[in-house]
Each structure stands twice: as C-alpha cells, then as structure tokens.
Design a protein around this ligand. Structure first.
Ligand SMILES: Cc1cc2nc3c(=O)[nH]c(=O)nc-3n(C[C@H](O)[C@H](O)[C@H](O)COP(=O)(O)O)c2cc1C
Length: 196
C-alpha cells in the first residue's frame, strides 16, 4: 500500500494550503492514504553542527524517518515574498543531507507532487517553481504535470474550509493520479530486479 506524507507550509489554522491537503485526503483513490504532517512549527533553524545521527533534534530525526517511510510526498505551499516560505525551506534543508553517507538521503528519488494555494491571482506559482529547483538538487522525482495553482483561493473553499470548486477538485485528483504513476514508475526497476 502507498503512503503519502502531506506537508503544508502554513502554520495557521485556517490555511488554504492545509485545507488543500485535507481535500486531497478526501479525493485520494483507495489505497492512497494521505497523512498530514503537523510538526513544522517545531522544526528549529538548520544547524550543520547538529545535522549528524545522534545529534539531530528528535523532531528533525522523526521528519527524516517519516519522509523515508513515505512512498511519496505531497507538498502544499503558499508563496511568501515571491518564493518558498522560510519555514518550509528550513525543514527541507534538514532532510536534504547525509553527511556520514551511511543513513541515506530522505529525499533522494522520492516521488513528490507540489501544489499550492493563495488568495492572490498568482496562487503560489513562484513558490512552486522555486521548490522544483530545490528538488533538482535533492534528486527527487517531482511530478511535472499537471500543475495545481489554486489562485483566488478564497473563492474555492467554503466557510468550513472544504474545497468546493469542482475544477480544482478534478485537478487535485489528476495530480494525485500523476503521483501514483510516478511511484509506480519508480518501483518498476525494483519489481524487475525482484523477478529476475
Ligand atoms: C509574509 C507574507 C508574504 C506573502 N507573500 C506573498 C507573495 O509573494 N505572493 C502571493 O501570492 N501571496 C503572498 N502572501 C499572501 C499569501 O498567499 C496568503 O497569506 C496565503 O493565504 C497563505 O497561505 P495559507 O492560507 O495556506 O496560510 C504573503 C503572505 C505573507 C504572510
């Protein structure tokens, strides 16, 4: 069974991006559970002196382990000042490394889908593009298309935070389907090796 870890950059309760992850939980196909990560606010600033096994803050170690255990990531991000919100980038920095070359890189070849929402007309597109650049360096396997740029987000969610815009729901479904295809494609070499 696949297991997707959903990470919303936003810390605020009424976040459109967290609401987008909740919508993903609802529309995800059977066999694709989406867990929402809730400890982003506890991640301390990146510190290279602490970024070694046994020295990392437990919350960071836990995030590394959860990403390693997940079959894929679904990241929902707003845009802050035309780019990736610092809190999200900081967390990604903590999970991008393996200085001992003994633990493995949590993001290496990890299937990732990026989505985002904002009440503005640009709907997080610049942050999404900047995130794709980060995942180039980490050698993660990012879904290129379809994109999900939820602009004018306030028009697409109802007062209880449910995604009610049908075209956005369809597109979200398509993103999840593309993530599943990516996971399956990534597994092909392992399946081929196992049956050899
Ligand atoms: C510090 C800050 C910077 C922002 N910069 C941008 C921006 O560059 N582009 C944009 O479209 N919205 C920007 N916004 C507005 C966010 O898109 C908006 O607050 C959005 O609702 C945040 O996502 P959330 O609902 O998931 O918390 C900014 C908001 C904050 C607080």
């Amino acid at each position: 069974m696949f297991k997707i870890l959903g990470i919303s950059r936003s810390l605020r309760a009424d976040s459109y991006n967290t609401a987008l992850l909740r919508a993903a939980q609802k529309v995800a196909p059977t066999g694709l559970p989406v867990e929402i990560y809730t400890r982003l606010r506890d991640i301390p600033p990146y510190d290279l002196d602490l970024d070694y096994p046994g020295r990392r803050p437990p919350v960071v170690q836990e995030l590394r382990e959860r990403i390693t255990a997940a079959t894929g990531l679904l990241i929902a991000t707003p845009e802050y000042n035309y780019s990736i919100p610092g809190v999200l980038k900081n967390a990604l920095d903590w999970v991008s490394t393996d200085w001992t070359r003994a633990e493995g890189l949590p993001l290496l070849r990890k299937p990732v889908a990026i989505i985002g929402a904002a009440p503005t007309t640009f709907g997080s597109v610049r942050a999404q593009l900047a995130l794709r650049q980060v995942f180039l360096w980490t050698d993660s396997d990012v879904v290129v298309k379809p994109e999900l740029i939820v602009f004018r987000a306030h028009e697409r969610f109802d007062e209880s935070g449910d995604l009610v815009d049908e075209s956005t729901v369809d597109r979200l479904r398509n993103v999840l389907d593309a993530l599943v295809l990516k996971i399956r494609a990534d597994r092909q070499p392992h399946l081929a090796a196992a049956s050899a």
